[in-house]
Design a binder for this molecule. Structure first.
Ligand SMILES: [Zn+2]
Length: 273
């Protein structure tokens, strides 16, 4: 996926492609200036935005893979944030901590089930409680598998519900992480610093923050959603469960729709024409 990038010298708009490490070495097509663009955005954010754009553009089926990948990368982000947060509270230095983390992650990198295990423990250690949302239902696992592995052609509304579910989960966990997320972001700055140190002279460096579905929330401009009200004592247990589920789905949809209304246009502006 590409996005517009303005040359720091002549202001010509070049098109760049998102890279895995958020580091973009570019040459202006108009004036030939070499510049390095560093985007402060996590991979899970880029993936979720890709999914949102695909959904907005009518590629519902394609969007599912991006949302699923966003959730997996978010779990990694969470693990990294927790580990580095703990390290920051000890005498360990950041370089040593990230090296140990990278080494450990290599053992689980090729299997998402192992990563899920890492995440479950990280959550338990940080929050002191069970990650009760790690059920196939809450993660939309069955839907994802039907679409991705069995090629099911799915309806737009179903994908939107899936997107809302993933959005609400990541949003909740980001809120719980709070300032803990900074530690994983610091690791990205470290990657940038290493790249900058190796750049030849005469290359202009540009830092950017791109709009995205999670950005505003993380900087606190999206108001919290109202809490669900408690159902009355007269309702039957089955009915209660169904009501709670329906309510939760409505909440998720509302949260996602609101983020989309606030930030969807910004994402659209980033669409490659
Ligand atoms: Zn230029």
């Amino acid at each position: 996926m590409d996005f517009p990038s303005v040359c720091p010298v002549c202001a010509h708009t070049n098109r760049a492609e998102y890279t895995d490490r958020s580091v973009h070495d570019l040459t202006c097509a108009q004036c030939g200036t070499r510049y390095c663009l560093l985007i402060r955005k996590q991979k899970f954010e880029v993936l979720f935005d890709l999914g949102t754009r695909a959904l907005m553009d009518g590629y519902a089926r394609e969007a599912v893979a991006s949302f699923a990948a966003a959730l997996e990368r978010f779990f990694e982000f969470y693990v990294r944030a927790c580990v580095l947060e703990r390290a920051s509270n000890s005498a360990a230095d950041f370089e040593t901590a990230t090296a140990a983390l990278d080494g450990t992650w290599r053992h689980v990198a090729s299997q998402s089930e192992r990563q899920l295990g890492m995440f479950a423990l990280a959550y338990l250690l940080r929050e002191g409680r069970e990650p009760e949302f790690l059920t196939p239902r809450a993660l939309g696992t069955e839907f994802r598998n039907r679409v991705i592995h069995r090629g099911e052609l799915t309806a737009h509304a179903e994908v939107e519900a899936y997107a809302a579910q993933i959005f609400a989960l990541i949003d909740r966990l980001l809120t719980e992480l709070g300032s803990g997320a900074k530690h994983a972001e610091l690791a990205q700055e470290q990657v940038f610093a290493r790249h900058l140190a190796a750049l030849p002279d005469g290359v202009t460096v540009v830092f950017e923050e791109h709009p995205g579905m999670f950005r505003a929330r993380r900087f606190g401009t999206l108001a919290p959603m109202p809490k669900p009200h408690k159902p009355g004592p007269s309702a039957a247990p089955d009915r209660l469960l169904n009501d709670a589920r329906a309510f939760q789905q409505t909440q998720q949809q509302a949260l996602f729709q609101r983020a989309l209304a606030e930030r969807g246009t910004l994402l659209r502006a980033f669409k490659g024409e």
